[in-house]
Design a protein around this ligand. Structure first.
Ligand SMILES: Nc1nc2c(ncn2[C@@H]2O[C@H](COP(=O)(O)OP(=O)(O)O)[C@@H](O)[C@H]2O)c(=O)[nH]1
Ligand SMILES: [Mg+2]
Ligand SMILES: [Zn+2]
Length: 307
C-alpha cells in the first residue's frame, strides 16, 4: 500500500461507483468520488475513463478529489437521452467498418465520422475483413473517396495480417478508442495486435457481455507496447445522435470550401438557389454519397432537435 498523500493519476476503469486509477507512481488504486463530485455525478459525466484526476490517499480510504479539464470527450448521443461521455482525453478514434459480413455503407461511415468530428476529434478509418472474397471493388471505391477527403485509412484483415503492423504502430502511442458496429472485428483486431489480451470475439459473446440487463463498466486496456485502448460498451452503438442541425454541414470538411460561395448566408445546401455545394455535387466534385449522407443526417438531427 502506498503512503498517505495526494497523487495524480488517470482513470482506467469505472463501474458500480468504483474508479480504478493508475497513479503516476504506477500503482493501481480503487477510489470513490469525494462527496462534492458524487453529487454532480448522477449523469455519469463527472468522471470517465481517461480522466486525469487528483487522488487523496488517507490510510485505506482513497478518494478522487479533483478532475482535470478534459482535452477531448467522446460523446454518444441518443434519441431523447442525455448525451453520454464515453471517454476523455483520447488521442485517436478509429472508426471500424467491415467490407463484408456485415457490409458497411457510406452512410454508416459518414455517421460515425460526424459523431467523432462533433466530439472535436479527427477520426482514422479502418476497413476490416479485406480477406473476404468480393471486397476489392468496395475497398477501392472507399479508399479513393475517404483518402481523397484527407482521412487516414487502414485496410486490415485479421486472418491475413494485412494492415496490422500499421495499426499496431498507431495504437502504441497515447489513448485510442474503436467505434463501429458489432461484428466488424474490433475485438479481433485488438487481439491480433496484442495476443495477450484474449478479448472475447463474436457477436454472441458480445451480446451477453453488454446486454441490457448486465452492468458492465468501461475500462482502458493497457497494451504490451504501452498504448491504452478504451473498451466501453456503447462504442458500437452510434445509431442515433443529436448534433445541432445547422452544424451538420461543418462536419463534412469538403463542403467548407464551396459553402462560402453559396448565395445565401446560412444556406442549408438542401434547396437554395445559388448553392455552391449543390453545384459541386452536380459537377461530381463532391461525392454524391457524401451529399446523401449529409441530407440524411441533417434530417435526423432536425428530428432530434424537436425532442
Ligand atoms: N474473415 C474475417 N473475419 C473477421 C475479421 N475480423 C473479425 N472477424 C470475425 O468477425 C466476427 C466478429 O468479430 P469481433 O472481433 O467480435 O467483432 P466486434 O463486435 O467488432 O468486436 C468474428 O467471428 C471474427 O472472427 C477479418 O479480418 N476477416
Ligand atoms: Mg467486440
Ligand atoms: Zn449551399
Amino acid at each position: 500500500m502506498i503512503g498517505s498523500g495526494t497523487f495524480l493519476g488517470v482513470v482506467h476503469e469505472t463501474g458500480g461507483g468504483i474508479y480504478t486509477v493508475v497513479l503516476e507512481t504506477g500503482e493501481r488504486v480503487d477510489a470513490s468520488l469525494r462527496g462534492r463530485l458524487k453529487k454532480q455525478d448522477r449523469t455519469g459525466r463527472v468522471v470517465v475513463i481517461g480522466d486525469r484526476v487528483e487522488v487523496l490517499v488517507d490510510g485505506n480510504e482513497v478518494t478522487i478529489e479533483l478532475v482535470a479539464k478534459r482535452q477531448t470527450e467522446l460523446v454518444r448521443r441518443g434519441r431523447g437521452r442525455a448525451p453520454k461521455i464515453l471517454a476523455a482525453n483520447l488521442d485517436h478514434v478509429f472508426v471500424v467498418i467491415a467490407l463484408r459480413e456485415p457490409r458497411g455503407s457510406t452512410q454508416l461511415i459518414d455517421r460515425m465520422l460526424t459523431l467523432v468530428h462533433a466530439s472535436g476529434m479527427r477520426p482514422l478509418l479502418i476497413f476490416n475483413k479485406a480477406d473476404l472474397e468480393g471486397t476489392e471493388e468496395l475497398e477501392e471505391t472507399w479508399l479513393t473517396l475517404y483518402r481523397g477527403l484527407g482521412y487516414k485509412v487502414l485496410v486490415t484483415s485479421v486472418p491475413s495480417g494485412e494492415g496490422v503492423v500499421e495499426l499496431h504502430r498507431e495504437l502504441c502511442s497515447g489513448t485510442s478508442a474503436f467505434i463501429g458496429p458489432s461484428g466488424v472485428g474490433k475485438s479481433s483486431l485488438l487481439n491480433v495486435v496484442d495476443p495477450g489480451l484474449q478479448l472475447r470475439v463474436g457477436r454472441l459473446s458480445q451480446k451477453t457481455g453488454t446486454g441490457r440487463h448486465t452492468t458492465v463498466g468501461s475500462r482502458l486496456i493497457t497494451l504490451e507496447c504501452g498504448g491504452l485502448v478504451a473498451d466501453t460498451p456503447g462504442f458500437g452503438d452510434v445509431g442515433l445522435w443529436s448534433v445541432d442541425p445547422e452544424k451538420v454541414g461543418s462536419h463534412f470538411p469538403e463542403f467548407a470550401e464551396s459553402a462560402v460561395s453559396c448565395r445565401f448566408r446560412g444556406c442549408t445546401h438542401l434547396h437554395e438557389p445559388g448553392c455552391a455545394v449543390l453545384e459541386e455535387v452536380g459537377k461530381g466534385a463532391i461525392a454524391r454519397s457524401r451529399y446523401e449522407s449529409y441530407r440524411f443526417l441533417r434530417a435526423e438531427a432536425e428530428e432530434q432537435a424537436e425532442y
